[in-house]
Design a protein around this ligand. Structure first.
Ligand SMILES: [Zn+2]
Length: 128
């Protein structure tokens, strides 16, 4: 096998290997009432995919900000993969990734980091 092909194979194998699609994709815990956006009656595929895209975008906004997210999802997972695997989640789990909730968390986090930077700036000024 060529190294490049091997890389692809490895990537593919890794894609969804750790996720149990029969469980909530966010917490991977058993039990509870699972909601599956792909089984929504009367919704177009595009609309369903959009639900995963919004979730995916919000998840990455948290990750990018360095916020610890309570999820078992690997970072390389895509919205399309979630969609293709009919990802399910607990209503409560998904709620914490609603755009308004995520924005609140980002705001709170920014406040914290800004304070942290000012503090280290003061110390570096002292030493120079
Ligand atoms: Zn859950």
């Amino acid at each position: 096998m060529k190294p490049f092909l091997h890389f692809l194979f490895f990537q593919k194998k890794n894609m969804a290997g750790d996720i149990d699609w029969t469980l909530c994709v966010i917490c991977q815990k058993e039990g509870g009432d699972l909601k599956c956006p792909t089984s929504w009656f009367g919704q177009t595929a595009a609309r369903k995919l959009q639900v995963f895209e919004t979730f995916h975008t919000n998840l990455h906004r948290l990750w990018d900000a360095g916020i610890i997210v309570d999820t078992k999802l690997p970072k390389h997972i895509t919205a399309k993969t979630l969609f293709d695997n009919n990802a399910k989640w607990h209503k409560e789990c998904h709620l914490s990734f609603a755009t308004s909730k995520v924005e609140k968390r980002l705001k709170a986090h920014k406040k914290k980091t800004t304070r942290g930077t000012t503090c280290s700036d003061a110390t570096s000024k002292k030493t120079t």
